[in-house]
Write a protein that binds this ligand. Sequence first.
Ligand code: C2O
Ligand code: CU
Length: 467
Amino acid sequence: MPALSRRTFLTGSAALGAYGLGLGGASLYATASAATPITLEAKTANALLDGQHLTKGVMTYGLESASADPMPPTLRVKRGEPFAAKLVNRLDEPTTIHWHGLRIDNRMDGVPFLTQPYVYTGDSFDYAFTPPDAGTYWYHPHCNTLTQMGRGMTGLFIVENPDDPVFDAEIDINLRDWRLGSDGQFIEQFKPRDAAKNGTFGTVRGANWQVQPAFDAPAGGLVRVRLAATDVTRIYILKLDGAEAKIVALDGQPLAAPLALDQVTIGPGQRLDLVIRMPESEDQTVSLSDIRPSTAKVVATFRATGASLKRDLGEVRPLPANPWMPPDLKNAETIPLILSATAENAAKESFCGSLGYSFWAINKVPWPGDTSDPMAPLAELKRGRSYILNLENPTPHLHPIHLHGMNFQVIASNARAVAPLISDTYLVLPDEKVQLALVADNPGDWVLHCHIIEHQKTGMTSYIRVT
Ligand code: C2O
Ligand code: CU
């Protein structure tokens, strides 16, 4: 597959199918005929991340059919079709892959000790599953995650729905930063003082492993932009200038009615599908900025090319919904889930990336780190029954809480009007109490944690058991 330049122009959705390429990385279709697994190598590399220096010790995933692009490939599959990947570990530490947001078999979930053994250096693990839902997802390790993700191991996983409307182009954006010094080399990944607050931020802002990438898209066209916030810390407030857009999906799940984009907040782990109506004339540009906390930073720009396709944002229809079993709220059992700070005490030693501190807890219990002797589950759920996770955040910080293996529906919040969105990651505001309902339909032990990785790794992790 030819390595396309990132400044790629896609015309017509037919081209999308033919390429099977996401902008900014090699990607592929796993079709029925491709039941043969792809090989994903976890490995180190050098890469240009800040636009000036070659950063050493980058960690990434590569396909055998290696493109020159060091960014983890954007994997593309079709809903309902089998996917298989052999993870080969060429790092000098253990790793695993978690497929964030996909409702799949517990044995494929990638959590060391809880769902699978470590994949040691030189070893491999075969992942195989059939994604039940279409949408924008991502993949990353679940071992020594602050280092492995912080140094690069976050990739997009796109499940296409053949029934989706046709757009004039698609642009896929892996939104994440880097903690680099002025010489472009990695610096200390975290400061304990910050881990106990909002987390330690990167120093170089990025999108698709570039600083402010510029994408081309057809003038007057409707462009689908899939964004995944894969940073270990940063919460974004995204805003678009120079064009109108609609949000068609959040966290992979289609909105029942597309929403005009004003500004939208997404935390680590979350995804956003936008449809941008590109400006009329060639060379007009649109910019996507992050306006949190105050000074706006341009994340990426889009330049209109060619003669106007004269599309209209009003043509955008809802994406077809994913299968969803509505929870039985009348008979649902409530599970309290209180996020809190904890008295600082040392975490147990574990070589899967304990940060050596515990600052956070769920229901007063700080997760001791990934150990071969995991603690008891937070709750035991009966398969097929409905539950309400009653989340409370008495801390002054935001927490993107992610549940593995099952989706939930947002029912009510004391802090804001909520739409009945279906999701796997909810960004809990300070002092917010929110109810998330689900049907416990996927058996296994499912981790639940804050996706600010320093919070996750210093206590804000637990799991529920579905039997
Ligand atoms: Cu994005 Cu525990 O995962
Ligand atoms: Cu948190």
